[in-house]
Design a protein around this ligand. Structure first.
Ligand SMILES: Nc1ncnc2c1ncn2[C@@H]1O[C@H](COP(=O)(O)OP(=O)(O)OP(=O)(O)O)[C@@H](O)[C@H]1O
Ligand SMILES: [Mg+2]
Length: 259
């Protein structure tokens, strides 16, 4: 059984002039333990898709199954419990600015009713995993972008998730820092068998960490397959265009290095 299954999912936003079909009839499975990428141009529907996976966005049509359970049929309490198993990290980190690093990581455990002493003990372990033990007392404003994202990842781990959804988690970071965050996600995936869904507009991110990738084009699933195969022989125009863009970026990088 797939850990995440989307069956015929559509999402339409009502707008004054004409409705926006953000997602149209998406069928998609994410297998337990894999790193699954979703790529597409701006406005393709990536964030909407990932927000449907934990029901932050309610689909207009279709079913969302986690471990075979239909999220749309869960009670509020069951949904709250299920959501704890689905962590999320974002482009802009969403840290609490008035709390130090340790207290940020403690936050989800406090909400879940974990005692303060236990939460602090576990938070220190999560900070150790993301390599930020020495910043426990620092405030977010004192951290670099990469460090803030590490705190966000530690905070997500604190909920003991089985799935982590990453919406453009590296888009605000420079290429080198992007590399270190991707490695950290890979390490977490391997060591803790956490399924990771990575939303991105960068082929480089898909190439570096994903096992499989889905290509979204104007709310439609254009293509899904093993990353190696999609890179070698893209079938859809959307995948071809994204790969061309990647090639141009690489060439620009080479030229810049030559100068
Ligand atoms: N709450 C909303 N209300 C109305 N329209 C929305 C809403 N959220 C998204 N949309 C529209 O749905 C479409 C898909 O948006 P979405 O944010 O999912 O794209 P995306 O692929 O994540 O883009 P980006 O790469 O820029 O983040 C867009 O046309 C967007 O304007
Ligand atoms: Mg988005």
């Amino acid at each position: 059984m797939s850990i995440i299954e989307l069956k015929n999912v559509s999402k339409t936003f009502d707008a004054k002039k004409s409705n926006i079909h953000a997602l149209s009839n998406i069928d998609l499975c994410v297998e337990e333990g894999e790193i699954f990428g979703v790529i597409g141009l701006s406005g393709a529907g990536k964030s909407t898709l990932v927000r449907c996976m934990n029901l932050l966005e309610k689909p207009t049509d279709g079913e969302i199954l986690i471990d075979g359970k239909n999220l749309l049929k869960l009670s509020n309490r069951e949904l709250r419990l299920m959501r704890r198993e689905i962590g999320m990290i974002f482009q802009h980190f969403n840290l609490l600015m008035q709390r130090n690093v340790l207290d940020n990581v403690c936050f989800p455990m406090e909400i879940a009713g974990v005692s303060k002493a236990e939460a602090r003990k576990r938070a220190k372990q999560y900070l150790d995993i993301v390599g930020l033990s020495d910043k426990a007392k620092a405030y977010p404003v004192q951290l670099s972008g990469g460090q803030k994202q590490r705190v966000a990842i530690a905070r997500t781990l604190a909920s003991n998730p089985r799935i982590i959804l990453c919406d453009e988690a590296t888009s605000a970071l420079d290429p080198q820092t992007t590399g270190t965050i991707l490695n950290l996600l890979k390490q977490i995936n391997k060591e803790y068998q956490i399924t990771v869904v990575v939303i991105t507009h960068e082929m480089r991110v898909v190439e570096e960490i994903c096992d499989r990738v889905a290509v979204l084009d104007h709310g439609v699933l254009a293509e899904v397959g093993d990353v190696k195969e999609v890179f070698k022989a893209p079938k859809s125009n959307a995948a071809k265009a994204l790969l061309l863009e990647r090639k141009i970026k690489q060439l620009e990088g080479d030229v810049a290095n030559d100068i």
